[in-house]
Design a protein around this ligand. Structure first.
Ligand SMILES: [Zn+2]
Length: 196
C-alpha cells in the first residue's frame, strides 16, 4: 500500500507529497486536509495555484488562529520560489497546469527543508499523463492516488471523460463538461472497446 505521509511529516527535513486523481476525486479536499493539520500544528503555510485556474477559490485553509489562508496565483512554477519566504509547508493545487520545471522547483523547496504537498490531475481527458504530474510522482516521497465514483457503474473512477465539444485542456476545470468514469466505462464512452 502507499506510504503513509504522516510517518515523516513531523521530521524537519522536507519532502514531496503528491495527491492525484481524476476530477471529482477529492484531490483538493485531501490537500486542504493535510494543510489544515499542519496549520493546527502552528506550521507556516503558503499555497499556490496556477494563475490560469480562475474557476473559484478552492484552496482556502483555516489556520490555527481561525484566519483563512488564501492561495497565491502564480504565472510560472519558478515564481513560487519568490513567494515562499519562511514557509514550512507549501501546498500547490492544480499542479497539472504548471510546466515541467515544477518538479525542479519542488525539489529545491524540499531540499531546503520544506514540506511540499501537491494536488493535481494525473491524466488529461484523453487519459494521457498531464503536464508535470508524472515527474512529480517519480520524485515524491509519497504518492496518493484518490478516486472518484464512476457515474455510469459506481466503481472507482480514474478517468475524466469530456463530453463537451471543446479541445481546450484548460476547460478541464469546468464541472459541467466532465464526468468521472472507470476504465471500462471510459473505453465504452470513447468508442475504444474491443470487439469480441
Ligand atoms: Zn464504470
Amino acid at each position: 500500500m502507499d506510504f503513509d505521509a504522516s510517518d515523516w511529516m513531523h521530521r524537519p527535513k522536507g519532502g514531496i507529497e503528491v495527491v492525484c486523481g481524476s476530477m471529482f476525486s477529492g484531490k483538493t479536499e485531501e490537500l486542504i486536509r493535510r494543510l489544515k493539520r499542519a496549520g493546527f500544528a502552528h506550521q507556516k503555510i503558503e499555497i499556490f495555484k496556477p494563475a490560469i485556474d480562475v474557476r473559484y477559490d478552492t484552496v482556502r485553509v483555516v489556520s490555527h488562529d481561525e484566519k483563512a489562508v488564501n492561495s497565491t496565483p502564480v504565472q510560472t512554477a519558478s515564481e513560487i520560489l519568490l513567494h515562499v519566504s519562511d514557509a514550512e509547508v507549501v501546498g500547490i493545487d492544480e499542479a497539472q497546469f504548471f510546466g515541467e520545471d515544477l518538479a525542479e522547483v519542488c525539489t529545491l523547496l524540499a531540499n531546503r527543508g520544506i514540506r511540499v504537498i501537491i494536488a493535481g490531475l494525473d491524466m488529461d481527458f484523453e487519459g494521457k499523463p498531464f503536464g508535470p504530474m508524472p515527474q512529480l510522482m517519480a520524485i515524491a516521497e509519497s504518492v496518493t492516488k484518490v478516486h472518484a465514483v464512476c457515474v455510469k457503474c459506481g466503481n472507482p473512477a480514474q478517468f475524466s471523460h469530456r463530453f463537451s465539444g471543446s479541445k481546450n485542456l484548460v476547460q478541464l476545470g469546468e464541472t459541467d463538461s466532465y464526468e468521472p468514469l472507470c476504465r471500462r466505462c471510459y473505453l465504452e464512452a470513447t468508442g475504444q472497446t474491443e470487439k469480441e
